[in-house]
Design a protein around this ligand. Structure first.
Ligand SMILES: Nc1nc2c(ncn2[C@@H]2O[C@H](COP(=O)(O)OP(=O)(O)OP(=O)(O)O)[C@@H](O)[C@H]2O)c(=O)[nH]1
Ligand SMILES: [Mg+2]
Length: 271
């Protein structure tokens, strides 16, 4: 590399150095880039469940000043996770339209060989950004938050089955992806009902949800697939449906602790 005597850039191998203190971390990052395997992951889950916000938390973008939450994703998003492992993630858009199908096809049926999947769920509390869609649901008697959650748990389960089908097809091609982490997102909205949600999402209980993933594991072989569920909160805020409010209840330090735990678990699944 040419030595710049006049205007040396504050960057090493593409990593911007803001101050001397950061240098240690950057040297580690460069070292990792040279020595570690790249883990290719997909983030899946239904519309409005929190995939893009979770990605921004994992890449660090959510901590930048002036960050605002993303709009509905119209196409696949990608990012590198801030981690001691090399982890690249692609987010499949949730909206039932061609960008979602193209992305699913490319990630699970194309040239890419995925190492793992982060499947995002929100205990039946996705955000619907389309007013017409909201009105339609209310007209179908989904008027309370209780009814909303029950309806969306059905949608979530259907989506999980679709994702497992894609994983099964990928396994027929290259025996991967080898693992799946269920990100139980929006934990700030049901932190007080932790055991209930744990019973539904955890691999250690026999729920309808767990059965779908256990069937997949038995089908592709226990040596070829494992899964777990980890609670997380990407963006704490009250949830409102048809005038009813479910308050967000989570202190900033608790949220940080959940995020740190999520990242730790993710790193342990990556090589
Ligand atoms: N309470 C709460 N709300 C959240 C959380 N994460 C996301 N949200 C809300 O959910 C909305 C949707 O989040 P996104 O990350 O954009 O959802 P997505 O899964 O990417 O949705 P699509 O792009 O439509 O597939 C956000 O705009 C927030 O209003 C969370 O941890 N807690
Ligand atoms: Mg999105």
């Amino acid at each position: 590399m040419a030595v710049n005597w006049v205007n040396p850039t504050m960057a090493i191998a593409g990593f911007a150095v803001k101050n001397h203190k950061e240098l240690g971390g950057i040297v580690t990052a460069v070292w990792n880039r040279l020595t570690k395997k790249l883990n290719e992951l997909a983030i899946t889950g239904t519309e409005g469940v929190g995939k893009s916000v979770l990605l921004d938390n994992l890449t660090g973008k959510a901590f930048e000043p002036g960050y605002t939450k993303p709009l509905k994703s119209q196409k696949e998003e990608q990012g590198a996770v801030r981690s001691k492992q090399r982890i690249r993630v692609s987010v499949v858009p949730g909206q039932q339209a061609s960008p979602r199908n193209d992305s699913l096809d490319e990630l699970f049926n194309g040239k890419m060989e995925l190492d793992g999947v982060i499947h995002v769920v929100s205990a039946g509390l996705p955000v619907i950004r389309d007013e017409t869609q909201c009105q339609l649901l209310v007209s179908q008697q989904v008027t309370t938050i209780r009814e909303y959650r029950s309806y969306h748990r059905g949608v979530e389960l259907h989506d999980l089955k679709e994702t497992c089908e894609a994983i099964r097809a990928a396994h027929r091609r290259y025996h991967g992806p080898k693992w799946l982490i269920v990100a139980v997102d929006k934990f700030d909205l049901f932190h007080d009902k932790v055991l209930e949600e744990q019973r539904y999402y955890s691999p250690h209980h026999d729920s309808e949800f767990a059965r779908v993933l256990n069937d997949l594991r038995d089908n592709v072989g226990r040596d070829n697939f494992r899964w777990t569920a980890v609670p997380v909160c990407g963006w704490p805020e009250d949830f409102v449906w048809n005038g009813e409010v479910l308050p967000s209840q989570m202190a900033a330090e608790t949220r940080q602790a959940y995020l740190t735990q999520f990242l730790g678990e993710l790193e342990s699944y990556c090589q």
